[in-house]
Design a protein around this ligand. Sequence first.
Ligand code: FHN
Length: 605
Amino acid sequence: MKNILLLSLALSASFPVFARAAETNSADSTNPYMQETKAQHDARMKWMRDARFGMFIHWGLYSQAAGEWNGRTTDGAGEWMMNDFQIPLSQYAKLVPQFNPVKFDAREWVRIAKDAGMKYIVITTKHHEGFAMYPTALTDWSIKSTPFHRDPLKELSVACKEAGITLCFYHSIMDWHNPEYAPRKPWNDIDKNPPDFDHYVAFMKGQLKELLTNYGPIGLLWFDGHWENTWNYDRGVDLYKYVRSLQPNIIVNNRVGQDRAGQSSSTEGQARIGDYGTPEQTIPANGFGPGVDWETCMTMNNTWGYKKSDNNWKSTTTLIHDLVDIASKGGNYLLNVGPTGEGLIPDASIDHLKAIGQWMHVNGPAIYATVAGPFPRQLPWGRCTQKQGSSDPTLYLHVFDWPADGQLLVPGLKNSSRKAYLLADSNHHALATKATPEGLLISVPTTAPDAISSTIVLQVRGALHIEPTVLSQKPDGSIQLPAVEARLHGTTLQYENGDGHDNIGYWFKSGEWLDWEFQVRTPGKFEVLTDIASPATPSFDITLGNQTIHCTAPATGDYGNFKPVTLGIVDIPAPGKATLSVHPVKDGWQPMNLKTIRLKPVTAQ
Ligand code: FHN
């Protein structure tokens, strides 16, 4: 029996706001770049906002090791092997004479990216291992010391220019090799003198000057390895200014600053540096609002750098749904490949990118240069992106779950339709639409144009008018609170659908919570039922009015194995609006996946 106790509702989590650098950093007369006007900032960010989709390339000495060392395979990412195996640099250096990527073909890499619909490439110039992937003059710990006497970054800059792809650089602040970097790693066994971090920063600036001088215009600088305590806000501002002084139009990510509050990359409470946020391996629940730029970076398997044993590839469905989900929230998708020590992008990556390219060939106009969709909640059948332009807005409805009855409801949309058609239909045959109290109904073919995601173009008349949809009691008295309709309060928990999901997931943080507001016609007592999947036993509170049910769900083994649970009884004493919320219990919280909550009327015994 669950206790019924009174608990106060937690304050809703505030969404992080990636305010623009010029707004968060005080005007600095020594650096005009920090006094950028909105028009200048928008002009500088335009190519990235239009691009929406890029290729991340993690390629370094670690690629030669492929995640294996002395017969052992690392449990971690390929590019972290030196750290994870604590390999003395003097030992790790044996990779240098082995690294000879004779199969590297810059034009082929660029073709693969371009054919996938990617508009920019971010390649590691130097990862945490400190090994420069170009012939730097500042250290012998670089590709010039290998048998590969070429400059892959130079070849990539030529190939990108030929193909109209924007070349961008990743550069790690953290450096496990340079003896001046601090804190020095125990496996850096090549120098006994104490490190001097200021000397290291001068070295890093010297390499950045080489990179931003010798390879043409660089679209963005993707800093990383910013989290150690020798890096700080002031050094970040200094580095941001330095980079912008070398290429004033370059875009710089928020990892030039020391803190980005974890993988979600939100920076509540921090004076942010950089031009955009960088959620990693996660997609924010709701985006960050108009005019706030961000880019989610993700791997296709579990490693950034090549790892021979990692064949845990995501499905093409997941990759395309992630691309659409990110664009629908106003973000960019930076999808990673980890080329081998021979210079080849793994076949599995190529196969996925080919499939994505086929989808983008038809649906790219619904991704490129779009902004976040206008709907306050996740759409039950998919996502929405939009182009606002000068005339009436155009909505791109990305339908993951195609309606079997041929009727697609756009919930809450009150605009009339100027025209609706399938993006895959080159003749743009008009689809019939009908205004209903619940929203705009679009009649669609019974067969979806694309098994993964089909796009409907909806040109609406006038300024968008969307009314929040109200969940209401069914004729049988039951009340369904769908996961897709939940109001999410936090930046990491999110609705998951496709691949058999229809649930709230990524619920890692006990401070994040959700609720539903709904309309009650027939009050009474209701049994609270749902389906939960969790490898542990999560404790949480169901609150409705002044009633709270303390719940602990049984472990089900994993996040995909859902089991039905009865959570208790709530009493709704009067008709009208009601709100049911789900709050993790801080000490007892374990991440769980939560499906629709059902309120079933309790019939009097
Ligand atoms: O430690 C790196 C990791 O190797 C990889 O480069 C990712 C990509 O964003 N960044 C760091 C982890 O946050």
